[in-house]
Design a protein around this ligand. Sequence first.
Ligand code: ATP
Ligand code: MG
Length: 463
Amino acid sequence: MAPSDAELALRLPAYATRVVSLLEAAGYEAWVVGGWVRDALLGSSGHDVDVTTSAPWQETERVLRAARVEVHETGVAHGTVTAVIGHEPVEVTTYRVEGAYSDLRHPDEVRFVTDVREDLARRDFTVNAMAWHPERGLLDPYGGREDLSRGLIRAVGDPSSRFGEDALRTLRAVRFACRLGFSIEPSTQEALVACAPGLDHIARERVGIELDGIMGSGHMAWALRNEFEVVSRALPDLVPMAGFDQRTPYHTHDVLEHTARVCAGVEEYCGGVTPQQLRWAALLHDIGKPSCWSQDDDGRGHFYGHPKVSADMARRILGELALPKDLIAEVCALILFHDRGVWPAARSVRTVLAKLDERCPGRGEPLAFQLIDLKRADALAKAPGCAAYAVELDAVTIALRQEVSRGATFRVSDLAVSGGDVIRECGIAPGPAVGERLRGLLARVVDDELPNDREVLLAALRR
Ligand code: ATP
Ligand code: MG
């Protein structure tokens, strides 16, 4: 059952109540809006608090500063300032509406208004268009509370015109459906499909934020199966995966359904706390397959080189979406090695650790465990005959744990010799050649050709 107003009042953090009270004591009106109200009505009150107010932003700033509240001008062009009380931020925005969107992405003008209802009307979905006040209670002109209880994402107003104004809302609808586990109301759904092409005109980094949000929900598999028109418009490189018949005995599904199964698989193995890089790797691990496909004389399909092609495509796609560089490097490393054989043997798992750490320094260990989860999900999403490899991967996990706990050598810094030793023993000057020698030694230690013993390694350097 949804919490009562009294329960919500208890949940609203004191710093947010203070912002609302200060503005109202100065003669303005203020409400809590958006995500906090939505999530609090769903029973979780961890969301940041956004406040909307009749006060012009300069007045908000003046009133709060007079009460010794720290205020930052975080988006004054849109009427937003951020109050910070005891390290907790509260975004405070003046009631506003948006003018026409002639370029389908930026409103031509932002107009400040005096009625909170007008501000709610510009918001995207009914569940996001509620305002709440500790004494006045809920203001819900679009039936957001009812939609929350029925689990529905519904556009505020006419869906086609709302998605026509700002096509990013199509992707936001999918993100909220994924995050909340909601369905999309039928006329909103119809408009989503019709308006998804507008995503072509949206800045890639805004698309990136929403896609990363869908990823973060852990329900990308649902989005691929139910909202492919929207997701593939946001990520056009996914299009050739749909219906791509692999024509190999290793695969029962087309590339898209295989990918959806891998996305679902990594969630299952990580109990819902799947690392974001593993999620992206699951989505993109086979994205290069359609372009690598070839057929042999027996009519059998092959995808030679697809891990490298997929990793290169992922690097380009995620770079365009402006996702963090470290994340991109890790996603690409996982994709590059996803199809490489790994066995339950110390040498094999050490090689994986070394290769991953070389690409992503300091990250070899967590990535190796993620790679096994990716490979397990991949194996189980192929033809039934491939499932046995998933069982073998459990043994690989054990071998990996053993190697890690016995302090395996897989980084140059783990070697019993250092750069100084190389310079002295080999008589070479400091420079890139030193690192090369060390990496050469590391490869032989990883390969069990040499023990990680100082005397043995010094002797090897001298030879
Ligand atoms: P989240 O937890 O994902 O941040 P949120 O509700 O806070 O959820 P935001 O993207 O931060 O979502 O946006 C804050 C509020 O601003 C939304 O609840 C919605 O009312 C409004 N909003 C944000 N983006 C748009 C948009 N493109 N069109 C219309 N309204 C929007
Ligand atoms: Mg937010």
